[in-house]
Write a protein that binds this ligand. Sequence first.
Ligand code: ADP
Ligand code: MG
Length: 288
Amino acid sequence: PFGLNMPPSSTVPCQYRTGKTLGSGTYAIVKEAIHITTGKYYACKVINKKLMEGREHMVRNEIAVLKRISSSHPNIVTLHDYFETAHNLYLCFDLCTGGELFDRICAKGNYYEADAAGLVRTIFKAVKYIHEAGIVHRDLKPENLLFKTQAEDADIMIADFGLSRVMDDSTLSLLTEICGTPGYMAPEIFKRTGHSKPVDVWAMGVITYFLLAGYTPFDRDSQDAEMQAIVKGDYKYEPEEYWANVSETAKDFVSTCLTVDPAKRPTAAQALKHKWLADEEPHFVQSA
Ligand code: ADP
Ligand code: MG
């Protein structure tokens, strides 16, 4: 029923009634929306055109990316509808009611290693999928990883492709503008030596560290100190008490993802073959 291939229509927004706010970012507010005739719920990303002035290409890019990969992978949020009015752009996605991975980590303190490995494997498979489609996410972080339902074992979904770019091999390593979120940004982004698929693998390393320990590896007093630490790959598996129950295999996995040189960092496909993720069944004993 939806008009992804139709010109934007100013009458379409009337098909939805919006409800509570689900979240917000730099340019967008995400609201719950009900499609009036079907009664189906969606998450509607409302983007104010004024705030986006000069950056409309970012949204059009997000739409182009989402059109290319929507509905094609179970762990990537599907864009169902898109329209605009004089003031706003509207993007209607699958509603994920389970909240952000960020909040679940904060609520738990940290994840058990086996649970962390399960999540990381699922997300990495989706990352491998988008990379094979020529897409780099560029903003992977726990705020952009959403649970489909409130169930403990709900599917995790990759959201927010706002900063990603559709890349072909010729432009792959040549994008050098600064973007993303400091704590999850790869060294090559600060060094302005280009950023492509390896930045997502780096971010997955930071996310995995966060899942296992409950805090991020490059957290420093200032953004500058944080940047210095990232560029040098300066992080530790400390304080000891947070890492006592974590296997050497898990630490080795994090360390390979956090390889400073992007050329030496594993690809998503290689990361999935690391022994921490390779066996679907956990091979280590989890101490309580
Ligand atoms: P931004 O580009 O501004 O960061 P996001 O797409 O990340 O926008 O959305 C901002 C927040 O809104 C997310 O972190 C999440 O909490 C919430 N949100 C986004 N998409 C959905 C969705 N499909 N279902 C439920 N909540 C969502
Ligand atoms: Mg976001």
